[in-house]
Write a protein that binds this ligand. Structure first.
Ligand SMILES: NC(=O)c1ccc[n+]([C@@H]2O[C@H](COP(=O)([O-])OP(=O)(O)OC[C@H]3O[C@@H](n4cnc5c(N)ncnc54)[C@H](OP(=O)(O)O)[C@@H]3O)[C@@H](O)[C@H]2O)c1
Length: 167
């Protein structure tokens, strides 16, 4: 199973200025990349806070929202699933349903959990040309993880896409 962590970051490694902010500061090239990868994979896993900033399921892919306050009545068949499964159980479940790739779409707590559990195979980071100075770091409270740089691509005037594999 390919487990792709996808994030847009500032040059100082932040994914948001504040935690209830929609990621609307990213470039159109990053948005295009995110849409294409999540549709190709078919599944987007995110934390409840990130989902709340978007406010609706993204079409044409399965949106999985991790929460500890589970309410199955909010689920929409084939489009939106709330879950309180652990990351390992969730990946195993998706694998058994035939998915070969999933996107971990944030936020920081979800990125950190999947990294801590050793489930992430690839990181795709779009570095946007700005400094937040403070805000939500891409990860917190994880041990050092060695990454293997696969590619560096300038995808827009002010945006660089980095692809890493986890060794
Ligand atoms: N720049 C980017 O690429 C990007 C991408 C995504 C998000 N973001 C930003 O990141 C910010 C949100 O990040 P965040 O870290 O504060 O929140 P988050 O990771 O989006 O969501 C946290 C919530 O997820 C649920 N959760 C976390 N770990 C869980 C687990 N192990 N099992 C079950 N549920 C779990 C809990 O929901 P409950 O409270 O419901 O239990 C928790 O409150 C937003 O500002 C968003 O815009 C940026």
């Amino acid at each position: 199973m390919n487990v792709l962590l996808i994030a847009a970051i500032s040059v100082d490694g932040r994914i948001a200025k504040v935690s209830d902010q929609l990621a609307d500061w990213t470039s159109k090239e990053d948005k295009r990349f995110f849409v294409s990868k999540t549709k190709e994979s078919g599944v987007l896993i995110m934390g409840r806070k990130t989902y709340d900033t978007i406010g609706r399921p993204l079409p044409n892919r399965l949106n999985i929202v991790m929460t500890r306050d589970f309410d199955a009545s909010k689920n929409i068949e084939g489009l939106l699933e709330y879950t309180q499964k652990s990351p390992c159980e969730l990946i195993a479940d998706l694998q058994s349903r035939g998915y070969e790739s999933v996107v971990i779409g944030g936020g920081a707590s979800i990125y950190s959990t999947f990294l801590r559990e050793g489930l992430v195979t690839d990181l795709y980071l779009t570095v946007e040309s700005l400094l937040f100075g403070s805000g939500v770091s891409i990860v917190d409270d994880i041990d050092k993880i060695q990454l293997d740089l696969q590619s560096v691509e300038k995808i827009g005037e002010q945006s660089v896409l980095l692809h890493y594999k986890i060794l």
